[in-house]
Design a protein around this ligand. Sequence first.
Ligand code: TXA
Ligand code: MG
Length: 335
Amino acid sequence: MAFPTETVYGLGANALDAAAVAEIFSAKGRPADNPLIMHIADRAQLEGLVTVPDRAEMLLARFWPGPLTLLMPRTEKVPDIVTAGLETVAVRMPSHPVALALLRACGVPVAAPSANRSGKPSPTTAEHVLRDMDGRIPLILDGGACSVGVESTVLDLCHGKPCILRPGGVTREMLTEVLGEVEVAGSVLRPLGKNEVARSPGMRYRHYAPEGSITLVTGAEGDVIRALRLLASDDRSTCILCFSEHMEALRDCRPHDLGSMHRPEETAARLFAILRRLDDEGMTRIYSEALDTGGVGLAVMNRLGRAAAFRSIAASDVLSDPICESQSDRRSSHA
Ligand code: TXA
Ligand code: MG
């Protein structure tokens, strides 16, 4: 069944029942080598299943329940299908009251990936889940819109320095306060290199990208607004994603409101719903403002960057040669 968490909706099954977990993979169309997160309501549920790393204790005290997932060495009681055969299992205690009530009622750890079809953005409302999963799963618990809106932070404490494999609602800054030094996996803000080994299997997969191509437009605020105005021109299948503060200046460019430029939490909460809407509207070219990567901005830029296949252009280049830029962009998007 699907259930709300504070991050995104999850699709859950008894983590200790391999056959039940197999049904998650088939309902989602998920590759079998991409492991799942085990959700718990209570530390006691980890008894006999994992060894909690010493360094995890302070993090659990501070951030659980909440959007922080930790890798932990596991015992053979955790079925291989949950971890894709890895020696660690990802664990998190969500803070959403409906998720916690469900997990308590189940009395077992619940393996749950995001409740989207593989290749779609994670669902942040029950309606998103219904659109992806109607007829494929028996039940959706509707808890309204998710407050964080991007998936949990995945932190690896098991292999050397603490490393963020996937940024999320618990930020690098918050983790650094507790742990001192925290690394961020290289592929968070760029594509995985050809010979690079993914530290988290999820990074290997092509992530959601809308039908149309997204390009990030970077530079000084005023330049970006002027460049977006040029790029969005009057082509009705071109649109822009911009901050609330710029909606008025860009009102003729079919703008989608990313939320305030000073509150990346707002952008995180809206991003996946906006990405889903772009396809519904049949947009073929989308230009977006970029966020500062501080705080939750890192998680937003990871998801937005991947949706854009990390394509970006400098506003100053567009302004110095707009015709050339938009033509070369058009050529490459048709290549
Ligand atoms: O916020 C969330 O984390 C949501 C809600 C439902 O809790 N869940 C979620 O699950 O996003 P999923 O399956 O979509 O993403 C789990 C990520 C994947 O990128 C996976 O590769 C990684 O965690 N992961 C899971 N187990 C791992 C492990 N043992 N080692 C490295 N990465 C792991
Ligand atoms: Mg997912």
